[in-house]
Design a binder for this molecule. Structure first.
Ligand code: T3D
Length: 269
């Protein structure tokens, strides 16, 4: 089945096919930096994802040699009389809801980091559920290089995942982290050789599109929610999720397929 977005976009490419929604940041001349227009188009595409039944996975990636260089600094240049832009407003209206949406939407969000990911671009990638990067990609908390602080969730995710020492090193120096090191530090799922990247990404999203959607969604909810719960609360949540999944058709199909030694056909129910 091929469902194309019925809206036309200027700054992104968007397509839903065979249960896979593909959203490509498409401002390669600016390393896919975010303008207001791009935020609005990404938001509209995510609305489409959530309104398209049977979408099983969302893939984010970038066109050209970069993934995303964060905020477009062309939108922030000022003539001498211009008042400063209120960056808090920009974050409240655009970056914060985007991170909240990516982390909370029930379907899995895969980020294919095809090149440099800087500023909010790095932290948008790190907010995705599974991050796969080309070996030549770099992750840069470049905010400090222009006099800002890491945003888009960077100061939350980095210390939790890589520890305070590395989080502070990254956020205070604005230094570049290779994809291999990001993988070794547990920031991303995989770093793969550039010539295997596209094939690996396709295999991953195809696998997720065929996976039992309710179980995948439950895994996302449980793992993402664990930071705010005690072990006892988490054990209760696992019980409740498992109880629900135990009544699902996909579980019945999974067990039947295992016993019949055949590939299961999951329907997300
Ligand atoms: O403002 C708010 O709303 C608050 C929220 C802020 C969130 C943020 O993301 S703040 C951080 C903003 N981003 C940056 O500071 C990153 C700036 N870019 C870079 O540091 C470097 O470009 C990279 C390290 C990402 C890549 O370096 P390199 O050498 O591979 O490429 P380049 O030559 O610097 O960039 C290529 C082109 O992309 C270049 O254009 P040109 O000269 O060929 O016409 C460059 O200007 C453009 N570009 C890169 N980043 C941005 C950009 N254009 C606009 N905005 C950018 N962020």
């Amino acid at each position: 089945m091929s469902v194309r977005g019925d809206m036309s976009y200027e700054t992104i490419l968007f397509d839903v096919r065979d249960g896979i929604a593909r959203l490509t940041f498409n401002r390669p001349g600016q390393l896919n930096a975010f303008t207001r227009k791009m935020h609005e188009e990404v938001r509209a595409a995510l609305d489409q994802v959530q309104a398209t039944p049977d979408t099983r996975v969302l893939l984010l990636t970038g066109a050209g040699r970069g993934f995303c260089a964060g905020q477009d600094l062309g939108e922030r240049k000022r003539e001498c009389d211009d008042p400063p832009v209120d960056l808090g407003e920009s974050i409240e209206l655009y970056y914060k809801p985007l991170i909240q949406r990516l982390t909370k939407m029930p379907l899995p969000v895969v980020c294919a980091v095809n090149g440099v990911a800087a500023g909010a671009g790095a932290n948008i990638a790190l907010a995705c559920d599974i991050v796969i990067a080309t070996r030549s990609a770099r992750f840069i908390q470049s905010f400090v290089n222009i006099g800002l602080v890491s945003d888009a969730g960077g100061t939350w995710i980095l210390p939790r995942v890589v520890g305070q020492a590395r989080a502070l090193g990254l956020a205070m120096t604005g230094g570049s982290l290779s994809a291999d090191t990001a993988m070794q530090w547990g920031l991303i799922w995989r770093s793969v050789p550039d010539d295997e990247f596209q094939r690996e990404v396709e295999e991953l999203v195809t696998k997720l599109a065929a996976a039992p959607a309710l179980a995948v969604s439950a895994a996302k909810r449980a793992v993402r929610g664990c930071w705010a719960t005690s072990l006892d609360e988490q054990l209760d949540l696992e019980r409740d999720l498992q109880q629900k999944l135990g009544f699902s058709s996909d579980y019945a199909e999974g067990v039947a397929a295992f016993r019949a030694k055949r590939t299961p056909q999951f329907r997300g129910r």
